[in-house]
Design a protein around this ligand. Structure first.
Ligand SMILES: [Mn+2]
Length: 362
């Protein structure tokens, strides 16, 4: 599984990595990453014990069936005391214990120290994150399914629109359509913004009613086997004005440029700089108020991706969003977003919803 790459990435040697998944609201996605248990099970209060050779799962009786669907050795506890004893037994006499300090709470760290006693505890969070950034073909196949669900729904949005409907009705329809197509959940709170609300990049959905001439901006994603997709499409309800068309095609061109630049070896920083440079060369200077994209995977904002503030050398297998936007307060905005796999000699776009022409929904 993924443990080879994690151990290769370590800056300090460890004998074993112990991942604790407390469960909501402190889910450690690394638990699912190292165990590959992405097709079911919540695994509250469970441990993954990882060595270069194998991954052991220590979980409760209620997760036994789910745990045994994976390829790991499974240990079942019935009481807290049993869990402690098994953890001590599995870790054995390992001296250097790797932990994920990005997610482990202070309380759970204290607990682990109490159970395992005097040992060396080392933060291995960046070694795991570096491994997570580069997806395997198996992970990309799952993400392709998440992207397909979101793309099909995006293509159906024009059929959902009718005058007077409220933003939250559209958001509900989008969520329903994703779940109906096999998404296990949404990736994040669905954004459905009409008219001037499309000028707020992180608006969600409210009671605003749809009127002729409104922008309709929808940003949403499907979660499938714990991996996320993230797509944005913008439409106009009724006939588009010249300005709406101009904004749309400016964003589309910025996005086309951004995607075109993506290739292993290129720095994410350069992609964002070029996209901003292009938008700033038009009359919409300064109207793109965020970076071009982020890493995508088990988390929606999996890691930094395309930002001029940060150095991110793109690697074969990384998945990033490319989502330029132009926002005019009081008027509205356009964002177009797709999910893109970085490849050795270029890129592969996972999302496929139509965007080449601004769709005017009549
Ligand atoms: Mn996004």
């Amino acid at each position: 599984m993924h443990q080879d790459r994690i151990f290769e990435n370590l800056k300090e040697e460890v004998d074993v990595i112990v991942i604790y998944n407390r469960g909501e609201p402190v889910v450690d996605l690394n638990f699912f990453y190292v165990t590959g248990l992405v097709a079911g099970g919540i695994f509250e209060g469970s441990y993954a014990i990882v060595t270069p050779e194998n991954v052991k799962v220590l979980t409760s009786l209620l997760e036994e069936t789910s745990a045994k669907k994976g390829k790991n050795e499974v240990y079942i506890f019935r009481t807290g005391k049993e869990r402690e004893e098994l953890l001590r037994k599995i870790v054995g006499d390992a001296k250097r214990i790797g932990l994920n300090f990005d997610t482990l709470t202070v309380r759970d760290f204290e607990k682990i120290k109490e159970v395992l006693g005097e040992r060396e505890y080392i933060n291995v969070s960046s070694a795991i994150m570096d491994a997570r950034k580069v997806k395997s073909e198996e992970e990309i196949n799952i993400m392709r399914e998440a992207a397909k669900i979101a793309s099909e729904v995006a293509d159906s949005i024009p059929d959902f629109l009718h005058e007077g409907m409220r933003e939250y009705e559209l958001a509900a329809k989008i969520v329903y359509e994703m779940l109906r197509r096999g998404a296990e959940d949404v990736a994040f709170t669905t954004i459905a913004a009409f008219g001037e609300n499309a000028a707020e990049p992180h608006y969600t959905a409210g009671a605003r009613k749809l009127k002729r001439g409104d922008f309709v901006l929808c940003d949403f994603g499907a979660r499938y086997h714990r991996y996320n997709s993230d797509i944005t499409r913008t439409f106009v309800f009724g006939r588009a004005s010249e300005m709406q068309k101009d904004i749309y095609y400016t964003v589309l061109e910025a996005q086309r440029m951004g995607i075109e630049l993506i290739k292993a070896g290129v720095n994410g920083k350069e992609v964002d700089a070029k996209v901003h440079e292009f938008i700033d060369s038009t009359k919409y200077r300064g109207r793109m108020t965020h970076s071009t994209g982020h890493g995508l995977g088990l988390a929606v904002h999996d890691h930094v991706g395309l930002s001029r503030m940060l150095d991110v050398p793109l690697k074969d297998g990384m998945v990033v969003t490319v989502e330029p936007g132009i926002y005019i307060p009081g008027f509205g905005g356009v964002r177009i977003e797709d999910d893109v796999v970085v490849r050795k000699d270029g890129h592969e776009v996972l999302t496929s919803a139509k965007k080449e022409e601004l769709i005017e929904v009549s």
